[in-house]
Design a binder for this molecule. Structure first.
Ligand code: 5CA
Length: 162
C-alpha cells in the first residue's frame, strides 16, 4: 500500500513535468522535524502540505517546516469567513493521501480549490516534500514546487508581516 501511494504520486508528478525521486527513510518522515533529521537538511527546507477547510472547501497551505499557519491570515487570503484544520478523513478525501504522507501536488482534480505557498520556501535552493507516505520524501526546487502545485505565493504564517 505504501509503495502504491508513492507510485501514484510519481505518475501524477511526471504528468506535471516533475521527476519524483522518492527516498525511503525507515526511521520515519511523518513530521517536518522527523523529515529534516532523516534528510539532514534544515527544517525550513521541508515542505509541510497542510490542509485546511475554508467555508467548507479544502485549501492547501504549503508551509516551510519551521513555520506555523495563522488561520486568520489564511481566511483573509482565500476570502473565507471560517477556517479550521482538516480532519484526517478530510485530508484523505481532498488529496487522496494520508496525513504525514500528503504530497504538495498530484491530488485528484477538483477537490482542493486553492493552494498557497509560504515565501520562506523560495529562499531555499532545494526543498523536500512528502512523497505519498510517512516514510518517503523527494527533493525539488521551490520553483518547480510553485509550478507543479499551481500555488499562489502568499505569506499566511504566524510571522507574516514582521
Ligand atoms: N511527511 C512530513 C514532512 S514532508 C509531513 O507530511 N509533514 S506535514 O506537516 O505536512 O504533515 C503533518 C501535519 O499533519 C502536522 O503538522 C499536523 O498539522 C497535521 N496533523 C497531524 N495529525 C493530525 C490530525 N489528527 N488531524 C489533523 N491534522 C493532523
Amino acid at each position: 500500500m505504501g509503495s502504491s501511494a508513492v507510485e501514484r504520486l510519481t505518475a501524477r508528478a511526471a504528468a506535471l513535468g516533475v521527476v519524483v525521486t522518492a527516498t525511503e527513510f525507515p526511521e520515519g518522515t511523518r513530521t517536518a522535524s522527523d523529515a529534516a533529521a532523516a534528510v539532514g537538511c534544515p527544517v525550513g527546507a521541508i515542505v509541510k502540505s497542510l490542509v485546511f477547510v475554508a467555508d467548507g472547501r479544502p485549501v492547501l497551505a504549503l508551509t516551510a517546516g519551521a513555520n506555523r499557519v495563522d488561520e486568520a491570515r489564511l481566511a483573509d487570503a482565500v476570502g473565507a469567513q471560517d477556517v479550521r484544520r482538516a480532519t484526517a478523513d478530510e485530508v484523505r478525501a481532498a488529496t487522496g493521501f494520508a496525513i504525514g504522507g500528503t504530497p504538495p501536488f498530484g491530488h485528484p482534480a477538483g477537490h482542493v480549490t486553492d493552494v498557497l505557498l509560504d515565501p520562506a520556501l523560495l529562499e531555499q535552493p532545494q526543498v523536500w516534500a512528502a512523497a505519498g507516505t510517512p516514510t518517503t520524501v523527494f527533493p525539488l526546487t521551490p520553483e518547480a514546487l510553485v509550478a507543479a502545485s499551481g500555488a499562489r505565493v502568499v505569506d499566511v504564517t504566524e510571522d507574516a508581516g514582521r
